[in-house]
Design a protein around this ligand. Sequence first.
Ligand code: ZN
Length: 184
Amino acid sequence: MTQDQKTTSSLIVIAFAFIISIGSCSHMFKTPYIDPALKPAFDEWVNQCELRGIKYKRDIVNIDSILFAPLEEGYWGKCYGDKIVVNKNDISPIDQFTLKLVLFHELGHCAFGYPHFEWGEDIMNSVLPQEKIIVYQYFWGILEDQYFYRYLTKKERRKLQKRLEKQDCFCILDEDKLQVKESN
Ligand SMILES: [Zn+2]
């Protein structure tokens, strides 16, 4: 082989390796479209996942968009399985804390498969009343810890689901229509 042929063949190998790695990565973990208004909140969620060693990419692979759009009255946000909507009618785009609270809540359902938790203040409370937002903000560090502390991988969730089915308990894991705000 001449020097030229060697160079050409190694270039071909490198090109193939490159194409294959690009192809497999982008298919395995596509990222959802995220409305710019929700980008800072989403980035913080990602950051917290990474800090805690949570491989979140697998958990959001079925979500194709995260939107800041109008929802019917009575909801801060909703998780539809493949889509999260945060209610533009009720939250100001500059209210970064409420956007974050609601987005974490909906990602709790859509990405982590969390049900509601009603024991004391919790990001996953089914009702997050406007007048108590300040309390959630004050205790955010603790709330965030307890939110991520509950994390289970998809595999662990499936195991748990099976165990619950065996016990005839259909309590919590399949819920998807979630009221987040008291309608008054
Ligand atoms: Zn909810």
